[in-house]
Design a binder for this molecule. Structure first.
Ligand code: C5P
Length: 201
């Protein structure tokens, strides 16, 4: 299953819930770019950082910060960094028992043959409010305006880059979660996936 979309649209929560519902493994591919960006902030060369990633990097507790999000989006624009990370993602996708991958280019580049593809969106304002609520406990000085600016800068970089730009695959179902609560968004995503699975699943 491929679940793509811009920052803070609800992909992560939806992907986890879909994976749990169907018993699939889940990979948040954004974490791979965040872990690479984190290593670059620590002084490493981007390509070396991507090649040196180990599973423990993805479990670091300091990846969900605004600074790391922007660093991730910058390294993610480098074609050689993306190329270094393709095999790991495809191997994860092929695992027996099924997998859900969420990111920006899963339906278009990493898994063009995915059985179900979703492109999850929400208005900029709704996404910024959700991200602020998530970050506010750790970053009390953050404002809605700053989060909105950060999201827009990141979305623009992700959508306009040459290498695997963020965009819906032609066969993706688009899900706008602006007016949905999380339960409604998850239920809608599960219906889309269920409709596309082979009858035995
Ligand atoms: O999903 P998340 O916000 O954690 O992703 C961080 C950044 O990683 C994105 O802004 C994007 O630049 C990059 N990314 C990507 N391709 C993916 C997943 C994430 O380019 N499949």
């Amino acid at each position: 299953m491929a679940i793509d979309g811009p920052a803070a649209a609800g992909k992560g929560t939806i992907s986890k819930a879909v994976a749990a519902h169907f018993g699939f493994a889940h990979l948040d591919t954004g974490l791979i770019y965040r872990a690479t960006g984190r290593r670059v902030l620590d002084g490493e060369d981007p390509l070396q950082a991507a090649r040196a990633l180990v599973p423990a990097d993805l479990a670091r507790g300091d990846l969900r910060t605004p600074e790391v999000a922007q660093a991730a989006s910058r390294v993610a624009a480098l074609p050689e960094v993306r190329a270094a990370l393709v095999n790991f993602q495809r191997e994860f996708a092929r695992r027996a028992g099924g997998a859900v991958l969420d990111g920006r280019d899963i339906g278009t580049v990493i898994c063009p043959d995915a059985e179900a593809k979703l492109f999850v969106t929400a208005s900029d304002e709704v996404r910024a409010a959700r991200r602020l609520a998530e970050l506010a406990p750790r970053f009390p000085d953050l404002t809605l305006a700053k989060v909105l600016d950060d999201l827009r800068a990141r979305d623009a970089r992700d959508a306009e880059r040459e290498a695997a730009p963020m965009r819906p695959a032609k066969d993706a179902v688009q899900l706008d979660t602006s007016k949905m609560d999380i339960g409604e968004a998850v239920a809608a995503a599960i219906r889309v996936v269920q409709d596309r699975l082979p009858p035995s699943a």
